[in-house]
Write a protein that binds this ligand. Structure first.
Ligand SMILES: Cc1ncc(COP(=O)(O)O)c(C=O)c1O
Length: 433
C-alpha cells in the first residue's frame, strides 16, 4: 500500500495537507520528496524553521541534550534549559518591565495560558480579539480566532466572554474607508461599539492582538492604530496580549514584531520558530502579572521540554550570531521589490504587502471590485509546485499567498523561487483570460 493509501486509511480526514507530497528530507531552504524531486521551501513549515531545515548547530545542541536528559516534567523537578530559556525570554521581551515566563507545547496552549494570566491578574472576565485573526484550535484559542471557515465550523458553542473587533485590514476595510483619511474608523468602532456597547472596559481583561495577522494573510496594521489602541487600553487598565507566535523570533526584522510599532505589550505569546521546529511555546510578561497565578495554576507534562528549550536558547543566540534580523530585512526588501513588479504586471494581483520577511500577495478577479480569487490562488500554488516551489496560502478568502522562506535561505535560491512564483502567476493569468 502506498503511503497516501495508508494515510487515507488511518489519518483523520480532519487533518488536511496542502501539498500532495511525501517529504523525506530537508536542508536549509530545500525539501526533498520521496521520488527524489527537490523543492524550494517558501513555507518554513508555516513560519517555523527560520534557521532552515536540519541546521547542523541546532542538531548538535539537540543531540547533546538528548543524551543528557530528554524529559523530566518541570512539575516534578526543575532543569536548566527551562530556566535558562525563561531567563532569556524575560530579558528580551519588550514590555518595559521585569518579566517572567512559562513554557508550553504549542501556540494555542500559549494563547490559552496568556488569557489565564490576564484573567487572574486583572480579575476581569472578558477578552477581545480581532476578526480575521488566528490564535489556534483549542477551545479558547479557537473562540478568539476571527475566521469561521474552516476552523470554527460546527464547533459551537464557543467560550463565553470573548468578543471580536474589526482588524485594521485597510485593503478590505469593513467600513469602506481609506487610510489615513478615515481617521481610524475601525478603532473608533472598537471603542464605541465593542467596548462601549457590548462590554464596559472595566470588565475586559485583555485585548489579544497579532501585530501582523499571519493566517489572515499578512495584514499589517497602521502604526497609529496600534499606538492609539495601546493608549486606550492603558486608560482602562486593559492588558495587551501580543500574539507573536507567527510574527515573532525575527521574522519581521525585529525579534518581536510589536517593536515596529513602538508600544509595550503586557504579555507575549511565542511558539512556532522559537525552537526552529521542536515543539515549544512560551508566555512571557510583566512579572507582576505572571505571578498573579497561584502555584499549579499553570503547567503541562511536556511544556518546556529540555531538548526543545536547549535548542530555543541556541535559536536566540543565532539571531545575533547569524545576523538573522538583518537577513529578514534584506529578504523583505528583495521580495517587496519583486512583489511591486508583480502588482504592476498582473491584473490578478490585487495587493502586495508585508513587514520584514513576511510578504504576501492577495489575488483578485477584478482589481476594482477586489473580488477574491481563491481558485486562482490555488492554481498559482499548484503551478509553482510543478516548478519545484512550495508555497503557503492564507487570508480570509484563501486568496493570499504568504511567503515564509527560512531566514537563512541563500539569496540565489530566494531569487530562483521568486522567478518560479512569477512564472506561475504569468501562466495562471494567461489561462484565466
Ligand atoms: C498568531 C498565531 N497564534 C497562534 C497559533 C496557534 O499555534 P499552534 O498551531 O502551534 O497551536 C498560530 C498558528 O498558526 C498563529 O499563527
Amino acid at each position: 500500500m502506498s503511503l497516501s493509501e495508508l494515510r487515507d486509511l488511518y489519518v483523520s480526514r480532519g487533518i488536511a495537507t496542502l501539498h500532495p507530497l511525501t517529504v523525506v528530507r530537508g536542508k536549509n531552504a530545500r525539501l526533498y520528496a520521496d521520488d527524489g524531486t527537490e523543492y524550494i521551501d517558501f513555507t518554513s513549515g508555516i513560519g517555523v524553521v527560520n534557521l532552515g531545515h536540519c541546521d547542523d548547530e541546532l542538531i548538535a545542541v539537540a543531540e547533546e541534550q538528548l543524551r543528557r536528559l530528554w524529559h523530566v516534567c518541570f512539575a516534578v523537578a526543575q532543569y536548566e534549559p527551562y530556566v535558562r530559556l525563561a531567563e532569556r525570554l524575560s530579558e528580551i521581551a519588550p514590555t518595559g518591565s521585569r518579566n517572567k515566563a512559562a513554557l508550553f507545547n504549542s501556540g494555542a496552549e500559549a494563547v490559552e495560558n496568556a488569557v489565564k494570566v490576564a484573567k487572574l491578574s486583572t480579575g476581569r472576565p472578558f477578552v477581545i480579539s480581532f476578526l480575521n485573526s488566528f490564535h489556534g484550535r483549542t477551545y479558547l484559542a479557537l473562540t478568539a480566532t476571527g475566521k469561521y471557515q474552516p476552523y470554527k465550523f460546527g464547533l459551537e458553542p464557543f467560550m463565553p466572554n470573548v468578543l471580536h473587533a474589526p482588524y485594521p485590514y485597510c485593503y478590505r476595510c469593513p467600513f469602506s474607508a481609506s487610510y489615513p483619511d478615515c481617521g481610524l474608523t475601525c478603532l473608533d468602532y472598537l471603542k464605541r461599539w465593542v467596548f462601549g456597547a457590548q462590554v464596559s472596559p472595566e470588565r475586559v481583561a485583555a485585548v489579544l492582538l497579532e501585530p501582523v495577522q499571519g493566517e489572515g494573510g499578512f495584514v499589517v496594521p497602521p502604526l497609529d492604530y496600534v499606538r492609539e489602541l495601546r493608549s486606550f487600553l492603558d486608560q482602562h487598565g486593559v492588558l495587551l496580549i501580543d500574539d507573536e507566535i507567527q510574527a515573532g523570533i525575527g521574522r519581521t526584522g525585529k525579534v518581536f514584531a510589536i517593536e515596529h510599532f513602538g508600544v509595550e505589550p503586557d504579555v507575549i505569546t511565542l511558539g512556532k520558530a522559537l525552537a526552529n521546529g521542536l515543539p515549544i511555546s512560551a508566555v512571557v510578561g510583566r512579572s507582576m502579572l505572571m505571578d498573579a497565578v497561584h502555584p499549579m495554576g499553570l503547567g503541562t507534562t511536556f511544556g518546556g521540554n529540555p531538548i526543545a528549550a536547549a535548542v530555543a536558547c541556541k535559536v536566540l543566540d543565532a539571531i545575533g550570531e547569524r545576523r538573522l534580523l538583518e537577513r529578514a530585512v534584506r529578504i523583505g526588501e528583495i521580495v517587496a521589490a519583486r512583489f511591486d513588479l508583480l502588482a504592476e504586471r498582473f491584473e490578478i494581483v490585487g495587493d502586495v504587502r508585508g513587514l520584514g520577511a513576511m510578504r504576501a500577495v492577495e489575488f483578485v478577479r477584478n482589481r476594482r471590485t477586489k473580488e477574491p480569487a481563491a481558485s486562482v490562488t490555488e492554481a498559482v500554488i499548484e503551478t509553482a509546485r510543478r516548478k519545484g516551489l512550495i508555497l503557503l496560502k492564507g487570508g480570509l478568502y484563501g486568496n493570499v499567498i504568504r511567503l515564509h522562506p527560512p531566514l537563512t535561505i541563500e539569496e540565489g535560491l530566494l531569487e530562483e523561487g521568486l522567478n518560479r512564483l512569477e512564472e506561475s502567476i504569468d501562466e495562471v493569468q494567461r489561462q484565466a483570460r
